[in-house]
Design a protein around this ligand. Structure first.
Ligand SMILES: Nc1ncnc2c1ncn2[C@@H]1O[C@H](COP(=O)(O)OP(=O)(O)O)[C@@H](O)[C@H]1O
Ligand SMILES: [Mg+2]
Length: 243
């Protein structure tokens, strides 16, 4: 079976001739949570932004469900089923929770907006209780939930997230990640860029460690966590008994 999302030797960067993503190849199968870890500045954000069409690609390709979508403009990739939640500025702070969802659903002329908003409220009950609050007044954790709901309301096959746990207290990290597990159970494939290796590997199926713009390690999430060298070099924790 071929992967739902396949990124092949991708080259991307912000200036011509200066690649930040340097030949990265990753894939995600249907219903997987694929975790992308790596040191600061490794190019994790650049990689998922390039996949989303937000950083110019100079080589390689992005294939979604068998279709080459490398050149599809960012705002149309969501129509193909590829959703992206950036790390910051991922909700409209001056709109209510409900308005945020309405705008996200309405972009493609969704005729069942109200029904789809209620579906999101069923998935994120906290948001339902706060539907009339301004998004800017939500806690960090709830704001991330709203950002996820905005992405999910158009029913993408793949959801890419850039550090949804950044700045959250452990309790909220747990809540957001528990929700990601539910989202996976509904059949959505998740690509999760994270600094929080512990939390991400605990829910991930497979993981990559990105170093200098390309994947340096790949494996089952569990085996990456257990690898003492990877733990020490990239994950910021030292295994008991490791040399
Ligand atoms: N908007 C930008 N313009 C120019 N260079 C950038 C931009 N964003 C990131 N970079 C550079 O790309 C490299 C990788 O950054 P990034 O993708 O944010 O890494 P990570 O998410 O792994 O910390 C860094 O050297 C960073 O300075
Ligand atoms: Mg980043």
């Amino acid at each position: 079976m071929s992967a739902l999302l396949s990124v092949e030797r991708l080259e991307a960067g912000y200036e011509p001739g200066l690649s930040i993503v340097r030949g990265a190849s990753i894939h995600a199968d249907k219903g997987e949570i694929v975790v992308i870890l790596g040191p600061n500045g490794a190019g994790k954000s650049s990689l998922i932004k390039a996949i989303a069409g937000l950083v110019p690609v100079s080589g390689g390709r992005v294939v979604l469900a068998g279709e080459d979508i490398t050149a599809v403009p960012a705002h149309l990739k969501i129509r193909k089923g590829l959703a992206f939640v950036p790390q910051t500025e991922n909700v409209f702070t001056l709109m209510s929770v409900e308005e945020n969802l309405r705008v996200a659903a309405g972009v493609f002329g969704d005729r069942q907006v109200a029904a789809h908003i209620e579906e999101m409220f069923a998935l994120f009950p906290d948001l339902a209780r706060q539907r009339r609050l301004m998004a800017g007044s939500l806690s960090g954790g709830q704001r991330q939930m709203l950002a996820c709901a905005r992405a999910l309301i158009v029913k993408p096959g793949v959801l890419m997230l850039d550090e949804p746990s950044a700045g959250l207290s452990p309790k909220f990290v747990e809540q957001v990640f528990a929700r990601l597990v539910e989202i996976r159970a509904s059949g959505v494939t998740i690509v999760l860029v994270e600094q929080n290796a512990r939390a991400a590997l605990a829910i991930g199926d497979r993981a990559y460690v990105l170093v200098e713009g390309r994947e340096a390690h790949e494996g089952p999430a569990r085996s990456l966590w257990d690898d003492p060298l990877i733990a020490e070099l990239y994950l910021g924790h030292r295994k008991e008994g490791a040399a």
